[in-house]
Design a protein around this ligand. Structure first.
Ligand code: TMP
Length: 392
């Protein structure tokens, strides 16, 4: 049974950037639940994929060096470790992964038509459709089976996981490999990064919940890698249970042990997290107000979906953070959902007029600090809420 442990108040759709400021943007109550039986963490309100992932979807995987490098490294590993003839990526976005492969060996699936267009233009086979049994069957008719299916930051966005996994097993070859990569629930709780919760993140996976989920489809995890992307993610390597040629590595046991030790299987752990989230809200707004009282200017760096959760939960508007900057063309000149803070195009002198930078893209802290050396040199300071609100 699902039990609520966190209420993040009224939130707009996190990626619904408006071209005109509007106080009337639709909001919904964002509540987060824990299922004691399956150990799955999910949000209560499910928005239709068609509403969330449309032809104006603004998130581009290739916008950061960190992500491009991560996908490039993975493509090398896939070629060396699994030597697949045919790879399919569910949620291929703007091609950050698939463009590392030969066009003959890879298929993209991307329902956001603006993104699918990018890889189609580069002559990569791309199905601009939602991942479901109809599409899986259509692809099966043409290609028969797929040796390696990969999906990053996508399966947690699809409400009907039963259909997701049936569609995968329908297409995966007998000895095929499935690799999924998503933000880590354990890291989210450790970092107090409640901003991992927004309408698109219907689920936040743990090894415990993935293990339980896969059983029904005769799939099992045989390796887990911990990644630093998206504030801490796990890459789960999955095979058919019947495939005994692949050994289950100790990384799986290790991760399950860590999660149980932290208490990811107990509701009380989530209730404690919820208390820390509330403290985080008060501490962050206190820091921002203190800075504003001194007439200093704050800019938000990275108009992320995560920052949308923070702005709306903590009730932060342009009186506290004057403006956001972002490199994504689809976000520039629009407004932060729900709080109407303007997003301006990034350029290398953008921070010159500001004293403080709020790290909306805290998960790219390293990359940003490196890029903004001059701001730091002239005494500029960063504000982050991860793991606790503070000035760096
Ligand atoms: P994400 O945290 O959801 O991956 O989104 C990162 C956002 O931050 C994306 O909109 C691009 C933006 N960004 C910048 O504007 N400048 C940067 O240097 C980096 C690393 C990201």
């Amino acid at each position: 049974m699902n039990k609520e442990f966190l209420n993040l108040g009224f939130q707009p759709l996190a990626n619904e950037y408006l071209s005109k400021a509007s106080p009337k943007q639709k909001k919904y109550n964002l509540k987060v639940l824990f299922n004691n039986k399956t150990k799955m963490v999910s949000i209560s309100k499910r928005i239709s994929s068609k509403v969330m992932f449309n032809a104006k979807y603004p998130y581009r995987s290739s916008m950061s060096r960190t992500m491009r490098k991560s996908f490039e490294n993975l493509s090398k590993e896939i070629k060396k470790r699994f030597c697949p003839n045919l790879i399919l990526e569910i949620g291929s976005n703007d091609g950050a992964l698939i463009t590392n492969f030969n066009r003959k060996n890879v298929i993209g699936v991307e329902p956001c038509k603006n993104l699918a267009k990018i890889t189609k233009k580069k002559n990569y086979v791309t199905y601009d459709d939602y991942w479901n049994i109809n599409l899986s069957t259509k692809i099966k008719r043409k290609y028969n089976s797929i040796d390696l299916i990969y999906s990053a930051n996508t399966l947690t966005h699809i409400s009907n996981l039963d259909d997701v996994f049936k569609s995968i097993t329908n297409l995966l070859s007998k000895n095929g490999i499935l690799i999924i990569e998503d933000p880590s629930l354990l890291e989210c709780l450790k970092n107090n990064s409640y901003d991992q919760f927004y309408n698109e993140h219907i689920y936040l996976f743990s090894a415990l919940s993935v293990k339980n989920l896969l059983r029904k489809y005769n799939l099992e995890i045989f390796d887990i890698k911990n990644l630093t992307t998206h504030g801490g993610s796990h890459r789960y390597y999955i095979k058919r249970t019947k495939n005994s040629e692949i050994k289950i590595l100790s990384s799986v046991k290790k991760q399950l042990f860590k999660e149980k030790k932290y208490g990811l299987d107990k509701f009380s752990t989530y209730k404690n997290f919820s208390g820390r989230v509330m403290q985080s809200k008060f501490a962050l707004t206190k820091i921002l107000k203190k800075i504003k009282d001194k007439n200093k200017k704050i800019i938000g760096y990275g108009a992320t979906a995560k920052a949308v959760t923070v702005m709306n939960y903590c009730n932060i508007d342009k009186n506290l953070i004057s403006i956001f900057t972002d490199t994504t063309p689809e976000k520039v000149n629009n407004y932060m959902p729900g709080k109407n803070i303007k997003i301006v195009k990034y350029h290398k002198n953008i921070l010159n007029n500001y004293n403080y930078v709020f790290l909306g893209a805290w998960n790219f802290k390293k990359e940003i600090f490196k890029k903004e050396k001059n701001f730091i040199k002239r005494g500029g300071r960063f504000i982050t809420h991860i793991p606790k609100p503070r000035i760096i």
